[in-house]
Design a protein around this ligand. Structure first.
Ligand SMILES: Cc1cc2nc3c(=O)[nH]c(=O)nc-3n(C[C@H](O)[C@H](O)[C@H](O)COP(=O)(O)O)c2cc1C
Length: 377
């Protein structure tokens, strides 16, 4: 039954600008690899329905998770070739015409996973680096052509760009060593991409606030990284955590060891998708710290936080406490596509709560769509 009550969450439902893109509220869908692309990586009608349902649920923006810029055999949806553009055009067009949500694509470069799943950059030949930069540039141009309102560069978790950023990057050429060296590939991707898409097109980035692995980045490094990303001109910084595989103990029959995912992974994996036993809002302090760092350096770059934020009351506290500018939600939206509209209309008691069981992740591991096991769709 529709209620006429208005939201008590006033700050959550105020607009914000990302570059010149106006978002109507502070709640965005955090990038969520959905497993709904077909075998070649094309957008399917299932993917369109999945995102449309969530867009109609009141989000201000959906960030489509992990879209590959480089051609490879992958479970992800692809933007590595022009032939993928029409599918995305249809998805973005439907969301624009049937909801008020904006759509962003998270561009990812992933290498063929090594047997141990660790995406070490140390063995990557220098010639390959120019190729990676060109893949991101082309992916950004295709995103713009497909009608996406924004792009996000994936430099978090266990993939190529985060491996460059990491303190564990032991390259001896100019793409390793100091923080400037470890950030060089991202600086070059940013310059090329910005030149290609123009100054007013929103270009965000996702990083780890802390890698939660021995010898990896902690806030000590990521404060400098965040300040430099703001200085470069990124239009938002999305702060995630962990998702590295180095501490993952489990074995997988098909892929060997260590198996990376949080359900059977190490502590770093758990921090990326904090399960039920972790505290609520466990990673927010990282976003708050980096936001403060960036503000003190004189930049107003919006900061997104995510991770086990189950209730609009907590989201409101984070925004009103100036710990972040936007809240990213992933698993709560898998469980309840109408989370946002229920909060807005004062019907938060009707939100079906995610149990943070991470079965969605387990489904992905089994090569099934990463949908909620408790929701039939
Ligand atoms: C099934 C699933 C797939 C995910 N895929 C991605 C992804 O493609 N890119 C990414 O940056 N994060 C990904 N994440 C992490 C989420 O964006 C988010 O940061 C994390 O789940 C914590 O937020 P939550 O507690 O709201 O789920 C994924 C999470 C889940 C559960």
């Amino acid at each position: 039954m529709m209620s006429t009550a208005t939201s008590k969450y006033k700050v959550l439902f105020t607009p914000i600008l990302i570059n010149q893109l106006k978002l109507e509220n502070r709640l965005v869908m955090s990038p969520t690899h959905d497993g709904l692309a077909d075998e070649e990586g094309f957008v399917t009608s299932e993917a369109i329905n999945f995102y449309l349902k969530r867009a109609m649920g009141g989000l201000s923006m959906i960030v489509i998770g992990a879209v590959d810029v480089n051609p490879r055999r992958s479970p992800h949806a692809m933007l590595s070739d022009d032939r993928f553009i029409p599918g995305w055009k249809e998805l973005v067009g439907r969301i624009h015409s049937e909801s008020g949500a904006k759509v962003c694509t998270q561009l990812i470069h992933a290498r063929k996973m090594a047997r141990n799943w660790i995406q070490d950059t140390d063995d990557l030949p220098s010639e390959e680096i120019n190729k990676i930069i060109a893949y991101f540039e082309a992916g950004a141009v295709r995103s713009q052509e497909a009608g996406f309102d924004a792009i996000e560069i994936h430099a978090a978790h266990g993939y190529t760009l985060s491996s460059f950023l990491s303190l564990r990057n032991k390259r001896e050429d100019e793409y390793g060593g100091s923080i400037d060296g470890r950030m060089k590939i991202i600086a070059e991707i940013y310059q090329k991409t910005r030149a290609a898409v123009g100054t007013s097109y929103p270009v965000g980035i996702r990083i780890n606030g802390d890698e939660f692995i021995v010898g990896g980045n902690s806030l000590q490094q990521t404060r400098i990284i965040a300040r430099k990303l703001a200085e470069m001109g990124f239009d938002y910084i999305s702060v995630s955590a962990g998702g590295k595989y180095e501490d993952s103990p489990a074995f997988h029959p098909k892929f060997g060891s260590p198996w990376p995912y949080p359900s059977s992974g190490g502590y770093s994996g758990y921090r990326a998708m904090p399960p039920a036993h972790m505290p609520e809002a466990v990673n927010v302090y990282l976003a708050a710290d980096l936001r403060k760092t960036v503000r003190q350096a004189g930049y107003s770059t919006p900061i997104i936080t995510a991770g086990r934020i189950p209730h609009p009351r907590i989201a409101e506290t984070i925004i009103s406490g100036e710990q972040a500018d936007l809240i990213g939600l992933s698993r709560p939206l898998l469980r309840d596509p109408n989370w946002v509209i229920k909060a807005k209309e004062g019907r938060e008691k009707e939100i079906t709560r995610c149990t943070y069981c991470n079965e969605c992740m387990d489904r992905l591991i089994q090569d099934e769509p990463g949908l909620c096991v408790y929701l039939n769709e």
